[in-house]
Design a protein around this ligand. Structure first.
Ligand code: HEM
Length: 162
């Protein structure tokens, strides 16, 4: 992770940009970005969790995992770039709030883990691996990681800026 000093310099530089000024001063921009972010979170989180709950045979037991994966995986990948753009604009609007906040880096680390787990499922949902104990353990881990991202996302606003 870049040294604290460098992140502080980057935050100062970002908040001095005209784009950051616009985001900070035009009243509807941040609430609109947060709304877009939250709506995307709703689509992504529910799609990922519904697949994991099928792996755990909690929901849709009578439907094959392949069918459930085909139904919900396509909703996950297109939403991620929208989260990245809306999240990045929120960072540009208030750089210090995220860039000097360990909770933000925890969230991004968990997100990389969640993306890796989802990609594994995308490439192997036809495999019998997901019927076995190991596959169910991965589904439990995936649910915990997505919940962790959600909490960290909300917690950014409440954690001390470094
Ligand atoms: C793809 C990269 C992402 C980036 C760069 C990003 C960045 C951000 C930023 C900067 C905030 C504002 C924090 C604040 O100032 O309070 C935020 C809020 C949040 N993020 Fe993300 N995020 C990303 C993906 C996600 C994902 C995948 C989820 C959940 C599955 C998520 C869930 C949340 C939640 C719940 C909030 C709090 C929203 C609120 O109540 O205002 N984010 N995110």
């Amino acid at each position: 992770m870049m040294a604290h000093g460098a992140l502080l310099e980057l935050s100062k530089w970002l908040s001095a940009t005209s784009l950051s000024r616009e985001i900070q001063t035009i009243g509807w921009v941040i609430p609109t970005l947060q709304t877009i972010h939250i709506l995307c979170v709703a689509v992504l989180f529910s799609s990922a969790i519904l697949i994991d709950l099928r792996v755990l045979r909690v929901l849709q037991r009578d439907v094959s995992l392949a069918e459930v994966a085909r139904r919900f995986l396509p909703a996950i990948w297109p939403v991620l770039p929208v989260l990245l753009v809306s999240g990045s604009l929120l960072i540009i609007g208030e750089p210090r709030r995220a860039l000097l906040n360990t909770t933000f880096y925890l969230k991004m680390t968990l997100l990389l883990v969640a993306i890796a787990l989802t990609a594994c499922l995308q490439w192997s949902f036809a495999s019998t691996f997901w019927e076995k104990r190991a596959g169910k353990s991965v589904a439990v881990l995936s649910i915990l990681v997505w919940c962790g991202i959600l909490f960290a996302g909300r917690w950014i606003a409440y954690t001390e800026i470094g």
